[in-house]
Write a protein that binds this ligand. Sequence first.
Ligand SMILES: *[C@@H]1O[C@H](CO)[C@@H](O)[C@H](O)[C@H]1NC(C)=O
Ligand SMILES: *[C@@H]1O[C@H](CO)[C@@H](O)[C@H](O)[C@H]1NC(C)=O
Ligand SMILES: *[C@@H]1O[C@H](CO)[C@@H](O)[C@H](O)[C@H]1NC(C)=O
Ligand SMILES: [Zn+2]
Length: 360
Amino acid sequence: MLFVFFLFVCFKQVELHVHLDGAIKPETILHFGKKRGIPLPGDTVEDLLELISYSEPLTLTQFLEKFALYMPAIAGDRDAVRRIAYEFVETKAKEGVIYVEVRYSPHLLANCKVHPVPWDQEEGDLTPDEVVHLVNQGLQDGERDFNIKARSILCCMRHMPSWSLEVVELCKKYQNNTVVAIDLAGDELVSETFPEHRKAYEEAERCGIHRTVHAGEVGPPSVIKEAINVLKTERIGHGYHVLEDPALYRELLSKKMHFETCPWSSILTGACDPDFRKHPLIQFRKDKANYSLNTDDPLVFNSSIETDYRIAKQSLDFTEEEFKRVNINAAQSSFLPEKEKKELLSKLYEAYGMVPNNPS
Ligand SMILES: *[C@@H]1O[C@H](CO)[C@@H](O)[C@H](O)[C@H]1NC(C)=O
Ligand SMILES: *[C@@H]1O[C@H](CO)[C@@H](O)[C@H](O)[C@H]1NC(C)=O
Ligand SMILES: *[C@@H]1O[C@H](CO)[C@@H](O)[C@H](O)[C@H]1NC(C)=O
Ligand SMILES: [Zn+2]
């Protein structure tokens, strides 16, 4: 108990895999639903959470349906988009996170110049470009007010190849203005990777935009191989199923590939066996793999980063030493420029009372 408390209030963390649209405060959804006259499945935080969040594994389709319950209240509204970014930073600061990379699809928050218009919205005037601008403002205001660092990652969606080239253009336009990387999210089992996704990732590589890909979460090791060989990804979102291909796993260990793992999410999405004793993280830890611990979609999983650390400690026998190692790896694998990465690492070493191995 004491240790959990210690984690919650003062253990400094780095989070690399969390979706902005899966990390909205229920109060904010209610506020904008009411203000905009958009019906929601509940009038109180409790009622809303009862329907939006869940705590037993669901299929990916059922999981994705959760977003449709509340995204209409947020998408297409300038104040809402800016506010969720700002509040996100506030929440993370309270959780003890000192650096976070938050990801989202600009298209899924827009209602103009996006086809099809998502969430059954009527066409409006908020474009994906302006969404990125607003999120950047929210994040930067949050950084200033809550004194942590926040960067963003723009997501391509597997089933929406027609959006991907625009996503990489937005990464270019807003590079260094919070945006650090491109991601590919959505249903891994959708089909082979569309040529548009490949082109977007080629362009990202050409322009020095960092790359991560959701792969091997529910999909087979072949999706991870493709992410590495074709999309030239630098990190793997989740990646649990890499263990089904021992040769690939050994190769990735030797390359020090970073896995963005999300313990509670991995159970609730059905990505991993609910029996924690079989959890891939146990193998990753044993092999001193390069991975981080993340929340993924804390609104939908009714969780906070503390939930994931508690699971790691109580069900996976993680020690404080391992938590430190995980966060140092996360900082080293972050998409910050080298100088800022060093600053972040120094902060962690100091918070953990450690002397860095390679002072430089
Ligand atoms: C969500 O989590 C909070 C605190 O962890 C708990 O009190 C609440 O009952 C949960 N809500 C639902 C709908 O599961
Ligand atoms: C972003 O920063 C990098 C490294 O500091 C630099 O090479 C690049 O030109 C910058 N991009 C933009 C669009 O300012
Ligand atoms: C994880 O990757 C980062 C970035 O490449 C690297 O600096 C770090 O040493 C890696 N960690 C492990 C345990 O391989
Ligand atoms: Zn994710």
